[in-house]
Design a binder for this molecule. Structure first.
Ligand code: NDP
Length: 326
């Protein structure tokens, strides 16, 4: 995979151009502040809400999404994915002109055709592999958050150096900007969200229920599973030294237990499950389901969230918060 760093990017590409951050939320605030600190001319477009007020108090020229789309040369679409299509059709598309650029932090809207930009604008992506607060904190600390970068449409002939410049302005090229595509970024992200994380969630909840039925203390089970913070430490070491190399930080008994059982842990037909999950992602079945859910007012999503937040695990976590002293 080709990786780009600060030396490969030139902020001069952004000189004399206005970047409009459309959506001052998790990513919008972090990216907008980083860009401003990198010397970029940044304005913000947002609906009239608390985020709008925050952008004003953070000192950004702040206006409606349509006004910012009109005033900006490079439009960073940092709205929630499920509202991007409507915002694009109503507020952004009418204000596009040749040689403007659309920058995304996630490939979803383009990958699934929810947004079809005209052929005379650049369509690019700088997608941090990090929550917004992390993008900002790392920038301030002098490091940066890794990002996937891609060019979907190079109308200007300069879309790639522009992508690099934006990646540099938010700090991504300090850590590494990895050349990808809208499809790869979206599909991998969804594979994590729809297969890997659900497997871990299912494993934790079912382990909790199973071990509780076997008479173990509920608090002890959650501490072992994740609540002690040890799991975070392990994943952190995986990122730093490697999935298998980090086993050296554990006892030999632990190492043997894990390494000898890992190949047997998942059911034999798990690869069929992975194939099905990827088909649903690639074929667009999930994005259609999610769009139908949005149009219906999110009934299933609301039900699922309520079910999760009333699971017994929440009560045990409340008790743990009482017990554990920092
Ligand atoms: P947020 O949920 O933080 O929302 C962004 C902004 O859009 C907020 O100001 C929000 O207002 C506003 N907004 C909410 N609803 C509407 C609406 N109906 N019309 C117009 N504006 C609205 O978005 P994120 O920053 O989480 O995500 C932005 C993009 O970045 C997405 O493409 C996402 O996939 C991508 N991304 C996000 C990451 C993350 O850290 N969350 C990580 C990497 C990529 P309010 O605050 O009032 O809700």
């Amino acid at each position: 995979m080709k990786v780009y760093y600060d030396k490969d990017a030139d902020l001069e590409m952004l000189k004399g151009r206005t970047v409009a951050i459309l959506g001052y939320g998790n990513q919008g605030r972090a990216q907008g502040m980083n860009m401003r600190d990198s010397g970029v001319d940044v304005i913000v477009g947002n609906i009239r809400d608390e985020s709008f007020e925050m952008a004003v108090s953070d000192g950004f020229p702040t206006m409606s999404i349509a006004e910012a789309a009109q005033a900006g040369d490079i439009l960073c679409i940092l709205l929630p994915d499920e509202v991007q299509q409507a915002a694009f059709n109503n507020d952004i598309a009418p204000n596009l002109r040749p040689h403007k650029a659309l920058d995304f932090a996630h490939g979803y809207s383009i990958r699934y055709g929810l947004i079809s930009p005209p052929k005379d604008v650049d369509v690019i992506m700088v997608a941090p592999r990090m929550i917004g607060v992390g993008v900002r904190d790392r920038y301030l600390a002098g490091s940066g958050a890794l990002a996937f970068v891609a060019v979907e449409l190079d109308a200007s002939g300069l879309a790639w150096p522009l992508t690099m410049a934006l990646a540099k302005a938010i700090g991504a090229t300090r850590a590494g900007a990895l050349a990808s595509t809208f499809a790869e970024e979206t599909e991998l992200d969804h594979f994590m969200e729809q297969l890997v994380w659900p497997t871990i969630f299912g494993l934790f909840t079912q382990s909790f229920e199973f071990l509780r039925a076997k008479g173990y203390h509920e608090e002890a089970i959650l501490l072992e599973l994740y609540a002690s913070g040890e799991a975070c430490e392990i994943v952190q070491r995986m990122a730093e030294v490697g999935l298998f190399r980090q086993t050296a930080f554990h006892s030999q008994t632990s190492q043997y237990g894990t390494l000898s059982r890992a190949p047997l842990a998942l059911p034999k037909d798990f690869s069929a499950k992975m194939a099905k999950a990827l088909d649903v992602i690639r074929g667009g079945e999930f994005s259609r389901e999610w769009e139908a859910e949005r149009q219906a007012g999110y009934p299933e999503f609301i039900r699922l969230r309520e079910e999760a937040l009333t699971h017994r695990i929440n009560e045990v976590e409340d008790r743990l918060r009482e017990i554990i002293r920092d």
